[in-house]
Design a protein around this ligand. Structure first.
Ligand code: DGJ
Length: 722
């Protein structure tokens, strides 16, 4: 039993792999948090309560003495008594007041976790459902807690229920969690197009630190992730609580330094421009939040996320499968291709080990540039003479798989779809629509629109025997308005858009179970756990320059497994930055994820093709590590001249280390790189150095990489236990 209820103290203990989460039902029937950290025995923890009352605290009717409600480390903060911290829930009752007091009424312990309706979530895991209810209105909240015996995380969410009368949810977050101190750092992943998931660290303070999106997409600007860490936390030392929302629409995560010296964490669906009407007896489900705990610094947090996402979240049909090593034509041709050109690209990679060809944007409708054709999912026969089938057959005849690009959620004004159905595109009454990349968004809150997309995309996939789909999404919503909702419910739009995306994914991805789907959003602007539930890998960034990629991939690995990141080798000069890194560096950095190639392969020399063949052979040898290994970041490209990431197999029999030096200089400093994650007792052979050393030596003295002359140099080492 991972979850126990100690009746005498009314305390719940939830034990994960190395963690314990504990809270009690207090004398007021509040769910009061006690502990989330390293695994501990089930002692009575009530001695550790620190609550008390201070000035301005109220005496509630029928009670003696003042009660400091905002000192309860509440499992569900709410508004209306004297808790002035960030509420998790805010309701408007039929009477117009905004009060609720959800108190303990019971609980259930389930062997396995029920799914969230209409939204992705993790699977499995023993689950506690805590029932709280307001005695006056009947409004209720069910708090779900799931623990895993193979990972140091807790998954939480809330289901809210209207009582006997309707309510309006003004805020419906997924969790509240109190941490015992104020002095923490907050880490988050910020960025932009071509600069996704850079790491930012700030100290928490009294008041609220919040990260959010109001775009109806999780975005490249801020990922739905926040880590609260002991000040000075490193990759290997210090306590960290990492919070990640399984959600792809507008969100918010908040950390509030309170006046009693604690930190309150809360968040979920963005409540700006949100409200949800609940009829009497109706329920509202919130997205799941995954909260990892590590006593071993940021590295421990990342490994906890990676493990639980691989075992319980990411598309289980493909997560452990050997990945396609593909050639994608986007940077090779952009929109300018025809069948002979594409066949030549396929021919040119023969014998390299590349096993999949992905035809990117431009194969459909009048799509010769980005100003036309989106929505017209029929083949452009001017480019693809005789249609798509001969090309698909040609690729298959070479023993390769065939992939195809779609952007299912979008439409160009200049398209047959828009001319026939302008009402399918999102628009607000009496207002013009904004363009982004000449395109509008389809209104996924409407069933008819979703049905159209599902029918047309599924028809193409099945008609041509497509093996792989790249699903792109290249703009964010403007004119937030649903054609399916009455005026008074328009603030449901952003959440309903997400539900629409998930419905498409269910009916396209899950309805084509043998087809491999890659996620994409103008690079990695929708790289979140909910997308990973459907897409085993996501295009990490349109920026393919290895110098930039070291930061993007390092930042992304804070939360997401290496195998979830699509990483491509592209041509030089790099199309985004104009740099000229060597093929070796490009292949090594792209090899630290789900690797592929994206260039005009007809321009490769025979020597380059031979080199590529060697890189792919090495990649296939290392693939088990990329798929299942534990990640140890050993050199931080944000703070130094080097990037270093190690991956070690769970049994510690194999490892690999990639180190990269940004700038070379005259009389270079001597660089030592300490390996991590090996077994100190075992001896490892390193073929690149023709040497055998103990794990202890490798992790304490480290290696002294001898980089080649020049900038952007990379070295790779492999470790094989004897
Ligand atoms: C943005 C993607 O990130 C690129 O890889 C490419 O697919 C283009 N869209 C195509 O328009």
């Amino acid at each position: 039993m991972a979850i126990t209820f100690e009746k005498s103290t009314r305390t719940f203990y939830l034990d994960g792999h190395n963690v314990t989460y504990a809270f009690c039902i207090n004398e007021l029937d509040y769910a009061e948090h006690l502990y989330y950290g390293k695994r501990i025995p089930h002692d009575s923890l009530l001695y550790s309560r620190t609550i008390g009352a201070g000035s301005f605290d109220p005496t509630p009717p029928g009670k003696d003495g003042q009660i400091g409600y905002d000192r309860f480390p509440s499992e569900l903060t709410f508004f209306g008594n004297s808790d002035y911290r960030e509420p998790c829930v805010h309701v408007e009752n039929a009477t117009g007041d905004r009060l609720c007091e959800p108190l303990y009424v019971g609980h259930d312990i389930l062997d396995t976790k029920p799914a969230v309706h209409g939204m992705p979530c993790m699977t499995g895991g023993e689950t506690l459902v805590l029932h709280l209810a307001d005695a006056v209105s009947g409004f209720a909240a069910d708090l779900y807690y799931t623990v895993y015996d193979d990972a140091d995380v807790i998954a939480r969410r809330v289901v809210y229920h209207a009582g006997n009368s309707a309510v309006v949810l003004r805020r419906a977050y997924s969790f509240s969690l109190s941490l015992p101190r104020n002095e923490y750092d907050c880490l988050s992943l910020y960025g932009n197009w071509a600069k996704e998931r850079h790491i930012q660290r700030i100290p928490l303070h009294h008041g609220v630190v919040s990260i959010d999106s109001k775009r109806a997409s999780s975005s490249a600007v801020l990922n739905p992730f926040m880590a609260i860490a002991e000040r000075g936390v490193t990759e290997t030392h210090g306590e960290v609580w990492g919070i990640n929302l399984v959600y792809s629409s507008s969100f918010v995560l908040k950390a509030q330094g309170t006046n009693d010296g604690t930190t309150l964490l809360t968040g979920g669906i963005q409540d700006f421009d949100f409200s949800w009407e609940l009829a009497a007896g109706d329920s509202f489900e919130t997205p799941e939040v995954v909260i990892a705990y590590s006593a071993e610094g940021l590295g421990g947090m990342s490994r906890a996320f990676h493990r639980v996402y691989r075992n319980h979240l990411i598309n289980q049909r493909f997560v452990n499968a050997t990945r396609p090593v593909l050639i994608n034509n986007w940077e090779g041709t952009y929109f300018n291709f025809d069948t002979p050109k594409l066949k030549a690209i396929v021919d040119a990679v023969a014998g390299t080990g590349i096993d999949t060809f992905v035809l990117d944007d431009g194969w459909f409708g009048a799509r010769n540039a980005d100003n036309a054709g989106l929505g017209d999912w029929f083949v452009n026969e001017q480019k693809l003479e005789g249609g798509l089938q001969p090309l698909v057959d040609y690729v298959h005849s070479k023993g390769m798989k065939f992939g195809l690009w779609f952007e299912p959620e979008m439409v160009n004004e200049n398209s047959d779809l828009f001319r026939a159905h302008p009402e399918y595109a999102i628009a607000a009454p009496n207002r013009e629509r904004c363009y982004t990349r000449h395109q509008f968004m389809l209104d996924l809150t409407c069933t008819e629109v979703r049905d159209y997309i599902v029918d047309t995309v599924n028809r193409i996939i099945r008609m041509y025997g497509i093996d792989y789909v790249k699903w792109d999404y290249n703009r964010n919503v403007t004119e937030f308005f649903s054609g399916a909702l009455p005026a008074h419910r328009q603030s449901e739009f952003s959440h309903r858009y997400a539900l629409g995306v998930y419905d498409l994914c269910e009916r396209i991805i899950n309805a084509n179970p043998t087809v491999f789907f890659e996620g994409c959003s103008g690079g990695g602007a929708r790289f979140d756990p909910a997308m990973l539930y459907y897409f085993p890998q996501i295009w990490t960034s349109d920026n393919t320059d290895p110098e930039e990629r070291t930061k993007i991939q390092y930042g992304t690995s804070l939360v997401y497994p290496l195998s979830s990141m699509s990483c491509h080798v592209s041509a030089i000069p790099n199309h985004q930055t104009g740099r000229y890194p060597s093929l070796h560096t490009r292949a090594c950095i792209a090899g630290m994820g789900a690797t592929g190639y994206e260039l005009d392969s007809t321009q490769l020399t025979e020597a380059e093709k031979t080199e590529i063949q060697q890189y792919i052979t090495t990649y296939r040898d290392d693939e088990e590590l990329i798929l299942h290994g534990d990640v140890y970041r050993v050199e931080d490209p944000f703070t130094g001249n080097y990037y270093g990431v190690a991956v070690v197999s769970p049994d510690k029999a194999r490892g690999m280390l990639t180190v990269y030096r940004r700038m070379g200089s005259v009389n270079n400093e001597i660089k030592r790189v300490r390996m991590n994650g090996l077994d100190p007792e075992r001896y490892y052979t390193i073929p690149e150095l023709d040497i055998t050393l103990s794990g202890a030596v490798l992790m304490n003295i480290g290696l002294v990489p001898k980089f080649e002359y020049g900038d952007f140099q990379t070295l790779q080492y492999h470790f094989k236990a004897q």
